[in-house]
Design a protein around this ligand. Structure first.
Ligand code: ARG
Length: 603
């Protein structure tokens, strides 16, 4: 047993992908070694170490392998009498290390671990000098596509697209933080049949459309409505509109020009939203993939995946009642043909190893089918956990106060720009009430209000599990108490001001000062800081931004407790405590960044 133990410890040391800040990963490695030493290898049992943070008063983490292990080895020739004795052995076989201060076995074999506070302190101090990048997740991939926002040209961008924009941006940021190259894709709907009626209406209402540009279209929403009305009411117009689609899709230049002009107007409207939110996206709309569709369908046909059904071309998928239609009965392509082609392009041409789609849950079935076909074509491995990997990140509805879909009073779709502006304006009012309008320049008030207002909208969305519907409420999201961005931004500004007012050179302190965690509240804060690494990793790999929000809120609570019980400036522990403040500001700042929220260091 002891020979085995040494062997596992030494292999551990050579693994460089272990994240030094990731406590769970570090402990898992230790228990992996202990498991190998505990279970005689002739039993050939495959066990993964089960390590989790715990809130029990007996420890910081727990190893929960004993019970499962017992059910596997009982009845076989074994020295163990039950889970508790396995727990004892796991504890005894734990390799020597700096991480663990003490262990105990509780109940049916749980191994409780108390971390060494010196190790926690040193890890934090190391992060302070080497940068928080050292706590970034280690993913096994280099490139990912995040397909998000993706509104439809000529239609209003609605709250669903806002959710997609906010959630998608955060996921992209977490991946970028993990050193993954992210292709941020705006898969705009720019190729539907609606363009026929729009273009035809444009030609008929403004013969000089080419010179008049925007004036010819005017308000795009109204223009859309007008053409839709004609399309529905006038069969002859409908006929001409359908002709126009064919001429556009066959590439006739006049039609292409009109199409591009309409796209451009829409794009400018979308950009107003992206600018406010500070979101970067690269547009590769549906039209981009159009020329590739025939080739991709040919590949699928060669694999004998496509068949005829009621005049359409379809792919039948095991376990699904309906097939995926890839060519409509009129010979045209559809949303699915485009998405299959886009997936092929992303995997084969762009060499993405993870493709993530952020849309409402209503599109789940569509994506499941597209992914199934990609697996049938062997573009993806059959094991969904292996790379290249695809995920649909679904989210729920945005509801109004009445519990129904979020609309304006006159039941119109809410303009996102107006919504964001209202968040900002309400923040200006709040800042003015706090006397900031008199104290600051107008620019500073505006800038701060934008950070708070837009941050509040983002955080209110991200803090919920994305699958649930969430109720949009300005009063709630802009409250400076409770789990809101406003509360968190104030907490952050307060920490920055403690550091500023100390008058100490923090860069200097980082190099010369020592961080100690003697007070229970210092230790609790320190442990929580250290858990940043495993939390982002979880949020990123499980595609759950709310996990990071919850962490951030708890961090702020931990800090408040520490700050109310431990004097910082002027105390004997001043240096150490200032370093703890600095570490908290660093981690909070990174959380804000990952959530797409701009912090304010003075409020
Ligand atoms: N344009 C679609 C919509 O508004 C979303 C597109 C999502 N991305 C995709 N590859 N299908 O619902």
């Amino acid at each position: 047993i002891s020979a085995l133990k040494i062997a596992s410890v030494s292999t551990m040391a050579t693994q460089d992908e272990v994240n030094p800040g990731n406590v769970k990963q570090q402990l898992s490695k230790l228990f992996e070694a202990s498991l190998k030493a505990t279970v005689p290898n002739e039993l050939e049992i495959d066990v993964e170490p089960l390590v989790a943070a715990c809130t029990a008063k007996f420890g910081d983490y727990q190893c929960n392998n004993a019970m499962g292990l017992w059910s596997k080895i009982k009845g076989k020739k074994t020295e163990f009498k039950g889970p508790p004795s396995i727990g004892q052995a796991l504890m005894g076989n734990l390799p020597e290390c700096d991480i663990v201060e003490s262990c105990s076995v509780a109940g049916p074999g749980f191994v409780n671990i108390v971390l060494s506070k010196n190790w926690i302190a040193q890890s934090i101090q190391k992060m302070l000098t080497e940068g928080i990048g050292t706590w970034a997740p280690r993913l096994q991939i280099r490139r990912a596509v995040v397909d998000f926002s993706s509104p439809n040209i000529a239609k209003e961008m609605h709250v669903g697209h806002l959710r997609s924009t906010i959630i998608g941006d955060t996921l992209a940021r977490m991946l970028e933080f993990s050193n993954v190259e992210v292709l941020r894709r705006n898969h705009v709907g720019d190729w539907g049949t609606q363009f026929g009626m729009l273009i035809e209406h444009l030609f008929e209402t403004s013969p000089n459309w080419e010179d008049e540009k925007e004036k010819a279209v005017g308000d795009l929403q109204a223009f859309y409505k007008e053409s839709k009305q004609r399309f529905d009411a006038d069969p002859a117009f409908k006929e001409r509109a359908q002709q126009a689609v064919v001429r556009l899709q066959s590439g006739e230049s006049k039609y292409r020009t009109a199409w591009a002009q309409i796209c451009e107007i829409s794009r400018r409207e979308f950009d107003q939203v992206y600018k406010r939110l500070g979101v970067q996206l690269e547009e590769k709309g549906e039209s981009f993939y159009n020329p590739y569709i025939p080739g991709v369908l040919k590949l699928l046909a060669e694999k004998e995946l496509i068949e005829d059904s009621e005049g359409a071309r379809v792919v039948f998928i095991e376990g699904k009642d309906i097939p995926l239609i890839v060519v409509k009965s009129d010979g045209g392509f559809n949303y699915a043909s485009t998405d299959l082609t886009a997936l092929w392009y992303r995997l084969k041409e762009e060499k993405a190893e993870w493709v993530i789609y952020v849309t409402d849950v209503g599109q789940q079935q569509h994506f499941e089918m597209v992914f199934s076909v990609a697996r049938m074509a062997s573009w993806l491995p059959s094991d969904v956990n292996l790379y290249p990997k695809v995920n649909h990140v679904g989210f729920g509805l945005v509801l109004g106060e009445d519990g129904k879909r979020f609309r304006t009073r006159s039941s119109e779709v809410i303009k996102l720009v107006d919504l964001l502006d209202e968040a900002k304006n309400r923040s200006i009012v709040a800042l003015t009430e706090r006397g900031k309008a008199a104290e600051w320049t107008k620019e500073k008030v505006e800038e701060t209000a934008e950070k708070i207002g837009y941050g509040a909208v983002k955080y209110a969305d991200l803090k919920n599990n994305r699958l649930t519907n969430y109720t949009f409420n300005f009063d709630q999201m802009l409250n400076d108490k409770g789990n809101t961005a406003v509360y968190l931004l104030y907490a952050y500004a307060r920490i920055c001001s403690i550091i500023r007012k100390s008058g100490k050179d923090m860069e200097d302190l980082k190099k010369t000062g020592a961080l100690l965690l003697d007070h229970a509240d210092e230790r609790a804060l320190g442990l929580h800081l250290l858990q940043f690494a495993e939390t982002v990793e979880e949020a990123c790999t499980n595609l759950l931004p709310n996990v990071l929000c919850e962490y951030l809120y708890n961090l702020s609570e931990n800090f408040t407790k520490f700050y109310s019980n431990c004097q910082v400036v002027g105390s004997a522990e001043e240096t150490s405590r200032l370093l703890l403040c600095e570490a908290t500001a660093t981690v909070m700042g990174k959380c804000f960044f990952l959530l797409g929220i701009n912090p304010v260091d003075k409020i």
